[in-house]
Design a protein around this ligand. Structure first.
Ligand SMILES: Nc1ncnc2c1ncn2[C@@H]1O[C@H](COP(=O)(O)OP(=O)(O)OP(=O)(O)O)[C@@H](O)[C@H]1O
Ligand SMILES: [Mg+2]
Length: 250
């Protein structure tokens, strides 16, 4: 079956303790997975397993195995996996270094030699609500707008998997909802969405599956309706119990 298969992974950054331990999970293609857990629980580190940044780029030691649609992540380059797994990082400033929004969104496309670049940029900017921003200097944008530019860069690549690390941390309520509506639409069209999120209301309302990390280990994973209704566990882990008023739609 297509998907991302993580088997018995341990990872430690250089000169540091284990950031991930005993991680085994199959992320099936087409799902909408939410990942939550308190600060430092290993969420961002986990996300670097999905696109080959670990073990190919980040300095540290990994054991175990990750395959993306059957291809082991240490067998191909980060550029190879960039075409399968798009990543919106937690800090948009790490990704923004071009002079204009348009150059920013086309950067990956040019590097990986895509065609129809101009049209892809226009479509991606419009789908994140930034039509008309093409000539702006990314450094002059608000933090929420910067995050949207990063998302546009990923959407333009049309990857099968889209990973977003706390995309709503800088967004207001309206923009957060709009982002999740956009992700839901992409998911319905077949994209696999993996989102790291502290707002359990958003996870409850939009995701199909939830994964909870704690101290680098998976403490719980499965259908969102099951995982996030375990109030005892959420309280124990310091995770906010969602507002169940909105029916879980999955
Ligand atoms: N480059 C690094 N070198 C050494 N240790 C690191 C490095 N990056 C992260 N860590 C450590 O790994 C652990 C997991 O960090 P990670 O950033 O994955 O957590 P997180 O769940 O994403 O946290 P947050 O909610 O604050 O974003 C933490 O203990 C952190 O201090
Ligand atoms: Mg993080």
């Amino acid at each position: 079956m297509s998907g991302i298969d993580i088997k018995d992974v341990f990872f430690r950054y250089n000169n540091s303790g284990f950031a991930l331990e005993k991680i085994s999970l199959f992320i099936k293609k087409g799902t909408f997975l939410g990942i939550t857990g308190i600060n430092g629980s290993g969420k961002s580190t986990f996300s670097y397993l999905l696109n080959g940044l670990i073990p190919n780029t980040l300095k540290g030691t990994m054991t175990g195995k990750v395959t993306v649609d059957g291809i082991t992540t240490d067998k191909k380059s980060v550029a190879f996996f960039a075409k399968q797994v798009g990543m919106v990082f937690q800090n948009p400033d790490f990704s923004l270094f071009n002079l204009t929004v348009s150059e920013e969104v086309s950067f990956g496309l040019k590097n990986l030699k895509f065609d129809s670049i101009a049209q892809r940029v226009i479509d991606a900017l419009s789908s994140v609500g930034l039509a008309g921003y093409a000539k702006r200097d990314p450094q002059t944008l608000s933090v929420g707008e910067k995050q949207k530019v990063c998302l546009a860069g990923v959407l333009a690549m049309d990857t099968d998997y889209i990973v977003l690390d706390e995309p709503t941390a800088q967004l207001d309520y309206k923009n957060s909802k709009e982002l999740y509506e956009l992700l839901t639409g992409l998911n319905k069209r077949g994209k696999t969405i993996i989102v790291i999120e502290h707002d359990t209301d958003l996870l409850w309302n939009y995701t199909k599956e939830t994964l909870i990390l704690n101290k680098g280990e998976i403490v719980s994973s499965g259908p969102t309706s099951k995982i996030l209704s375990n109030t005892k566990m959420l309280n124990l882990l310091g995770i906010k119990v969602p507002n169940y008023k909105n029916n879980h739609t999955v």
